[in-house]
Design a protein around this ligand. Structure first.
Ligand code: C2E
Ligand code: CA
Ligand code: CA
Length: 286
């Protein structure tokens, strides 16, 4: 696997180009090589930021960094399309480095803000890569307390202990870990205890169901998830909040923070600066 090759040696992105020509990895008709070209040139890659708002005081507690790719002829390509290509080809390393550097530039400008970065589960099998991300943050001159790494629950983490060790390493460095898409995947309670996280992000499918069904079961499921978070002393955030009705229910059920179009869509860094200028922030926890 390409990622393994990269983890085993010092970074050699030049080597990757020839490898990529061997990888016939098309998704949505777009060859992986074009993603590679954009990453090399920086053309077409960008990061947008979506605020997370505290239930208690309506202040922005964190923002999530979300990568964007504008293909030269196709136009915008969803990360749901190109992240799997990046994971398959090893380009996820470059994507993540790019996002971390961009996120750090926002964190530097906004020293009271926590910036969350998504880490693909495939990266956790390689401790050298995880150490490298920590180093990148250090090189950018940003304190680890300002960076939160989100790990999705919808793909399994390596079972051999390497993922748990990588997460423990990041937490020891001072980074915070959020379990993303919570509720749809692989983390039973035991597993949660085992890997050690600081925050749960309730998957947006549960929030959506609150509206569609108006059913007691979906309310109950969310309440149970919040209870798990509280019992384990974790911060609980809900994603995909679009309506005031959802906001009211999630607030009364005990969520700590909310994220969704109701508050703000993901926005460019310059717009974020303006958005934050209109609100007070809660300092990143030390
Ligand atoms: P995610 O990490 O669960 O991110 C939340 C997604 O929900 C984002 O989609 C965001 O724009 C969208 N969203 C936020 N609020 C609402 C809402 O109120 N309603 C609806 N319908 N959607 C909302 P986006 O940016 O298209 O990203 C999709 C997925 O791609 C992300 O899901 C994440 O899994 C992945 N992704 C994005 N950026 C990165 C990255 O830098 N690295 C990695 N590894 N994955 C990324
Ligand atoms: Ca996320
Ligand atoms: Ca999510």
């Amino acid at each position: 696997m390409l990622l393994q090759d990269l983890a085993d040696t010092e970074t050699d992105f030049g080597r990757l180009e020839s490898k990529l020509s061997e990888v016939y990895s098309y998704l949505g008709g777009i060859p992986a090589r074009e993603l590679y070209k954009s990453l090399q040139s920086g053309q077409g890659m960008s990061v947008v930021y979506q605020p997370q708002v505290n239930v208690a005081d309506d202040q922005v507690s964190a923002v999530e960094a979300l990568v964007r790719w504008q293909h030269p002829t196709v136009g915008p390509v969803s990360p749901r399309v190109f992240i799997p290509i990046a994971e398959e080809t090893g380009l996820i390393l470059q994507v993540t480095e790019f996002v971390i550097r961009e996120a750090c530039s926002v964190a530097k400008r906004q020293p009271d803000l926590t910036v969350a970065v998504n880490l693909s589960p495939v990266l956790f099998a390689h401790s050298a890569l995880i150490e490298r991300f920590a180093k990148t943050v250090e090189e950018c001159g940003v304190t680890p307390h300002q960076i939160e790494f989100e790990i999705t629950e919808n793909q399994p983490l390596a079972d051999d202990g390497s993922a748990r060790d990588s997460i423990a390493f990041l937490r020891e460095c001072g980074f915070r870990i959020a379990l993303d898409d919570f509720g749809i995947g692989y983390s039973g309670l035991n597993r949660l205890n085992h890997i050690g996280v600081d925050k749960l992000k309730i998957d947006q499918s549960f929030v959506r169901r609150l509206d569609c069904l108006k059913s007691e079961p979906s309310h109950g499921t969310i309440e149970e998830m919040i209870e798990i978070g509280r019992t384990m002393d974790l911060v609980v955030t809900a994603e995909g909040v679009e309506t005031d009705e959802q906001r009211r229910f999630l607030a009364s059920a005990g969520c700590d923070a909310l994220q969704g179009y109701l508050f703000a869509r993901p926005m460019a860094a310059r717009d974020l600066d303006a958005f934050l200028g209109t609100r007070t922030r809660v300092p990143a926890a030390a």
